[in-house]
Design a protein around this ligand. Sequence first.
Ligand code: PMP
Length: 425
Amino acid sequence: MTGANSRDRELRERAEAVIPGGMYGHQSVALLPDDYPQFFARGEGAHLWDVDGRRYLDLMCAYGPNLFGYANPEIDAAYVRQLGLGDTLTGPTPLMVELAEALVGMVGHADWAMFCKNGTDATSMALVVARAHTRRKTVVRAKGAYHGAAAWCTPRPAGVVDSDRAHQLFCDYNDVASLEAAVAQAGDDLACIFAAPFRHDAFVDQADPDPAYARRARELCDATGALLVVDEVRAGFRLTRDVSWSRIGVQPDLSSWGKCLANGHALSALLGGDKARAAAASVYVTGSFWYEAAPMAAALETLRLIRETDYLERITALGARLRDGLAERAAAAGFGFRQTGPATMPLFLFDEDPDLRKGFCFASEMLARGVYVHPWHNMFLCAAMTEADIEAALDAAEGAFGALKRQAGGLPPVDKLAFLSAGAR
Ligand code: PMP
């Protein structure tokens, strides 16, 4: 094969033969514009290189794990040093205790930590701990909120049976009345309320948590003896250095963490307060790789950078600059362009774009100009980004809005997302 993305195409063809569907999960490009690369050769700092050698400023940050830059020298040195000493051993290393102490010292509500690998491990463990603590079954959570890909929470129905989804009731995020109704329906069987730190669902505008909703969730848990769980897997350490709802004065009983905890190395965690300690000690949860020492060394270094640097202030300022600059350029080009969510985790949607054809075109035009954006999922800023990177993204956006304007009348429909027009949105 020849052409600008021939290596990627060749790998996709080979993948079709040996990987079901060619790719699976959130990193499949099946729901992205056709020109998006599936395979990458390397990442460094804020940039990615695809297998055909093209370099991108990466506004996805690996869907969150990249907080301090790909191949961060300090974090990866700690990781490699520990690899030389031992990683998966017959028992954990002292790093596990140090890491639990570090997290308990940083996250206000936490008195203990348990470690696992993926966000889904941590959210599923939260559910098990809440059920063990209350000896009840029902979880209340918001419709459309993602908490992982285990049978109890995967957004796709294939392979899931009704009993996997039993004992769950749904409310609308930020809607106190619907939260109260779901809790009332749970009656005396409420084990926990699950909450995202803000509404970060795909395909729709993001929303800050309404403090009244967060406070009501806390009160309802206190009144019923259920546990409040905040799922920090995606937003953790991009809003604050503590659990996100501490900013609005609400402390959960449990919080699940993952993604950026070890800056891309495999580690997630469940943190909890003393109230849930006995239940957490009672459940049997484990995994062959959950005690790996090298990701814990990386996490200790990541947490040190979180505590000792101004990364959060910098990415917040960069996110604000990006947002303001994009708003100016979108307005100049005459587009209704909605940027929602925190500045460090933006999501872009165009007005009057039900099948996202404008969003897909804009994303493709950004990609062609060296900036990897996502047309329907929130993005992430990282501390390796610079003001020059943001200026480059804004220059790319000026070109992309212009190109979109020229094509706007004749954009092809996006058939990959037909399920959106079918009312799933
Ligand atoms: N919770 C939230 C809020 C998430 O965003 C994710 C992953 N996108 C998960 C849980 C599951 O994490 P993982 O993919 O690491 O299992």
